[in-house]
Design a protein around this ligand. Structure first.
Ligand SMILES: C[S@@+](CC[C@H](N)C(=O)[O-])C[C@H]1O[C@@H](n2cnc3c(N)ncnc32)[C@H](O)[C@@H]1O
Length: 251
């Protein structure tokens, strides 16, 4: 299990934007207010560039996207020959890493309609990969994926954020988790893996426990594995877990 955020993945951006005193939210609003090009390097090798359109989450300073892409590139999250779903793909960083590691197919999917730019990215393979705007894979065939990776929005509020906004990248309402668990279980084949980034805020451990309880309805609890846990000074803990869909679970 990883206990820190050390990564061999480096993201640089043309014309960097300093965060200064901006809150996380205001910084991301600013980052996603105009198209910006990032370059992704792995162990000093240039992998790909992505020009991210407005409203789409920019992973330049995001620990979650970088860690998940790094774990795919190292093989800690096995993807080779598997039907891979980059759920909540945003810029496509995670799916492009899966294509680099020879996933059999990659579905890039997000509620944000502005992800459609990915269809013409050179790392998206026209014969195997697709870009689809939808919520939680709801229009996909049941049992059509071997691995789903999702960096969950970590802040909770009463109202649902608008789909085409960068707020949907880091805010979720209270219906989000039950809906997601059911739909991710649907798209996965029995024995398939769900790998997720989950940020636990101080005094919200009970919400994480509820989430794990819901997963137990569709996934094999004994397969739950922590791949990363890191606690910040303010008590916020970032985690990455994997869990396998129950063999006997239908669609
Ligand atoms: C934390 S961002 C991660 C973006 C990208 N995967 C990365 O690592 O940079 C979460 C993403 O989930 C998307 N999202 C939020 N709700 C969703 C839903 N119901 N279905 C699919 N994607 C959703 C957001 O639009 C956003 O792109």
């Amino acid at each position: 299990m990883r206990t820190d955020h050390v990564t061999d993945l480096e993201i640089t951006m043309e014309n960097p934007v300093e965060r200064g005193d901006l809150s996380f939210r205001d910084y991301h609003e600013l980052l996603s207010s105009e198209p910006r090009t990032i370059s992704v390097l792995y162990r000093d090798r240039q992998l790909f560039d992505i020009t991210i359109p407005p409203t789409v989450f920019n992973p330049v300073s995001s620990r979650s996207g970088q860690a998940l892409a790094d774990m795919i590139l190292t093989g800690e999250i096995p993807v080779e020959g598997r039907r891979f779903v980059d759920l909540g793909c945003g810029s496509g960083l995670i799916g492009l890493a899966a294509a680099e590691r020879c996933a059999k197919s990659v579905l890039y999917t997000d509620v944000n309609p502005n992800i459609e730019f990915l269809a013409s990215h050179p790392g998206v393979r026209p014969e195997t990969d697709r870009v689809v705007v939808q919520s939680f894979c709801e229009s996909e065939e049941k049992g059509s994926a071997d691995v789903v990776v999702f960096s969950l929005p970590s802040r909770i509020r009463e109202e649902k954020p608008d789909d085409g906004t960068v707020s949907a990248a880091f805010m979720r309402d209270l219906d989000f988790i039950p809906d997601m668990v059911e739909k991710v279980a649907d798209v996965l084949v029995p024995g398939g893996s769900f790998v997720f980034w989950y940020g636990i805020h101080p005094f919200q451990v009970h919400l994480f426990s509820q989430f794990i309880g819901l997963l137990a309805g569709y996934f094999d609890s004994a397969s739950l594995k922590c791949l990363l846990e890191y606690q910040f000074d303010d008590g916020y803990t970032s985690t990455v877990y994997s869990i396998t869909k129950k063999q006997g679970a239908g669609y």
